[in-house]
Design a protein around this ligand. Structure first.
Ligand code: SF4
Length: 190
C-alpha cells in the first residue's frame, strides 16, 4: 500500500495535468491570464477556508511589492494592457534599474527604487484586479508590521495555498516564458 504522501503527490500531479488541459482550451493571449486569476480566486474560496482564515495580508502593507516578482509572458502582456487602458506611463527608469537587480538587491535598495512600478504612494497596488499570480499566492500569517523584505527576517511566516499554487505552476508550464516584472515589461514597452 502506498503512503499518504505518495497518494497526495499523485493527486497533485493529476490535478496539475487537468488544469493544464483546461488552460490550453482557453484562447491564448493576455485575457487568458485574467481567466487563470479567476480560477485561482474561485479555488481559494472553495478549497482553502483553513488558510484564508489565518492569512494576515492587508491592503496598504506593500512589503512584498519591494521584491523581485516573476511573471509569465501572458501576465506581462496583461499588465501592459492594464496600464495602457488607464493611460498610465510606466516608470521605465525604475524598470531599467530593477532589470539588473538580483533578489538580494531589492532588499538593499532605497524603497523608492525597489518598489514595484504598480505600487502607488499609499502602498496600494494600482492594478490589483490583474495582479500577477506571484502576488496573489504570496500569503503570510504573521502581522503586517513584521513583513520586511529582508530574507533574514525570521518573524514572517508564509503559508502555501495548495490549489492556487498548483494552478499557477500549471499555467507557467503551459506558457514557458517567464521573467521579472522589470524584464518582461521592458521587453514590451521599449
Ligand atoms: S503588481 Fe501590485 S501586488 Fe504585485 S508587486 Fe506590484 S504593486 Fe505589489
Amino acid at each position: 500500500m502506498e503512503s499518504a504522501s505518495v497518494e497526495t503527490m499523485k493527486e497533485i500531479y493529476k490535478t496539475s495535468e487537468t488544469v493544464k488541459e483546461l488552460i490550453k482550451g482557453v484562447p491564448k493571449g493576455a485575457p487568458r491570464a485574467g481567466w487563470v486569476y479567476a480560477l485561482i480566486e474561485q479555488h481559494r474560496t472553495a478549497s482553502t477556508g483553513s488558510v484564508s482564515g489565518v492569512v494576515s495580508c492587508r491592503a496598504g502593507c506593500g512589503a512584498c511589492c519591494h521584491t523581485k516578482v516573476m511573471v509569465n509572458a501572458e501576465e506581462a502582456d496583461l499588465l501592459v494592457m492594464a496600464a495602457e487602458k488607464k493611460n498610465w506611463a510606466i516608470d521605465k527608469i525604475r524598470l531599467k534599474i530593477q532589470k539588473d537587480f538580483l533578489s538580494s538587491d531589492f532588499y538593499e535598495a532605497d524603497e523608492l527604487v525597489s518598489r514595484c512600478v504598480f505600487l502607488d504612494d499609499y502602498q496600494m497596488c494600482k492594478i490589483y484586479e490583474v495582479r500577477p499570480m506571484a502576488c496573489r499566492n504570496l500569503l503570510v500569517t504573521t502581522p503586517a508590521e513584521y513583513c520586511k523584505t529582508d530574507p533574514d527576517e525570521l518573524k514572517v511566516v508564509q503559508v502555501a495555498d495548495l490549489l492556487p499554487e498548483v494552478i499557477a505552476e500549471a499555467y507557467d508550464e503551459v506558457i514557458g516564458e517567464k521573467g521579472s516584472i522589470a524584464e518582461m515589461i521592458l521587453d514590451r514597452i521599449c
